[in-house]
Design a protein around this ligand. Structure first.
Ligand code: FNR
Length: 355
């Protein structure tokens, strides 16, 4: 419960800032180095203008659809974010998953969650599993098997992290370890493919060794749809499609990895051209308004994903806070589509977005 009134997604950040330990607030809010990309993601949405079509004479817009065979009540997913128990210690990702289920949207569960994927699945609706491919392929495969067994419907392989981004807010706060009792729950275990664990928590490896060969390897070990998250170059998008990847997420990791990468919405058109509709495109980074969602949809995204606003909702009120974030965005999206003269996301055209 909060004493602040919230009218939009940005208001939730103020609530979260008030509630959270400042060190954890900074962990969630920050970007890499000068935070140029962090600011650019939101700024680019502001810079783009929407051109409405008129007199279309239709009913209320239909938001529901499906992404890679998964039903969603709106074209918005929960982006994978680590360490939800820092925001909501009692339940962590279980609260997020419950809110996603109740809203009928897909949650991309992070490999670096603070409860296990099995526990998230017990609380959740439709889940996708985000994976950092580990150089230890036996361990990586054991994670894939656990995600499959837990009922995850797709794998989201994050490919923008050949090293950890340089986070100076974290350095200044001396935030390098999780507090006692909070840990990367999926990383506890021996790497046995039966999922039995021995109590030891593995360190995650973000390694520059990871290559297209690993993606090909993964393609061979699972039948789940594979998405690559963190694609910004059209040549990489094209290569991903020829590797048998099923979807792409245009993302710069919310400005937390390489600083000074372009805003994601500015990369979407070139990626969409390179992919030519062969696989669905998603986008994340700086989505804060229904109009932001509309811009991404018009420029070729099938859906967008939300990172920080979900964490702000979670910090503000657990599952209820996340539910409130999702319902605010849903109302904004409905309103923005209606004002654009679109009766569904598919009715938007790219000429409705101008620089
Ligand atoms: C992230 N993100 C992320 N991505 C990923 O693939 N694995 C992860 O473990 C994390 N962890 C994580 C933690 C925190 C605190 C944040 C803010 C982000 C990136 C995330 O999936 C997404 O790309 C961005 O958050 C999208 O940008 P916005 O919506 O936060 O602006």
């Amino acid at each position: 419960t909060t004493h602040m009134e919230v009218f939009n997604l940005r208001d939730f950040e103020d609530v979260a800032r008030e509630k959270l330990d400042p060190v954890y607030y900074d962990y969630f809010a920050s970007g890499a180095q000068d935070e140029v990309t962090l600011a650019a993601n939101e700024a680019a949405f502001r810079r783009l203008a929407l051109v409405p079509r008129i007199l279309r004479g239709h009913g209320p817009p239909r938001l529901a659809g499906s992404v890679l065979g998964c039903e969603s009540s709106m074209p918005v997913l929960l982006a994978p974010t680590a360490f939800h128990r820092l925001a909501w210690p009692s339940e962590g990702e279980a609260a997020t998953a419950r809110a996603a289920r109740e809203a009928g949207v897909i949650m991309i569960a992070a490999m670096l969650s603070t409860i296990t994927i099995e526990e998230i699945a017990a609380a959740g609706g439709t889940l996708w599993f985000q994976l950092y491919i580990q150089p230890d392929l036996g361990f990586t495969e054991s994670l894939v098997r656990r995600a499959e067994a837990a009922g995850c419907r797709a794998l989201v392989v994050t490919v923008d992290s050949p090293a950890l981004g340089r986070n100076e807010r974290g350095d200044r706060n001396d935030f390098h370890d999780l507090p006692p009792g909070i840990f990367c729950a999926n990383m506890r275990g021996s790497g046995r493919s039966d999922g039995r664990n021995d109590g030891h928590v593995r360190q995650v490896s973000l390694s520059p060794e990871i290559s297209w060969r690993h993606v090909e390897w993964l393609r061979g070990v699972t039948r789940l749809p594979i998405l690559l998250k963190g694609v910004l170059h059209p040549a990489d998008a094209a290569q991903a499609v020829s590797c048998g990847v099923d979807g792409l997420i245009v993302s710069n990791h919310g400005g937390r990895q390489l600083d000074t990468t372009p805003a994601t919405i500015d990369r979407l058109p070139v990626i969409a051209d390179a992919v030519g509709g062969q696989v669905p495109l998603l986008l994340d980074g700086g989505v804060r308004r229904g109009t932001d969602v509309v811009k991404a949809l018009a420029l070729g995204a099938s859906a967008v994903a939300l990172g920080r606003p979900v964490l702000w909702g979670l910090a503000g009120g657990g599952a209820d806070g996340v539910a409130q974030v999702l319902s605010l965005l849903r109302r904004e999206l409905e309103n923005a589509l209606t004002l654009c003269g679109a009766d569904s996301p598919g009715a938007l055209t790219k000429d409705q977005v101008v620089g």
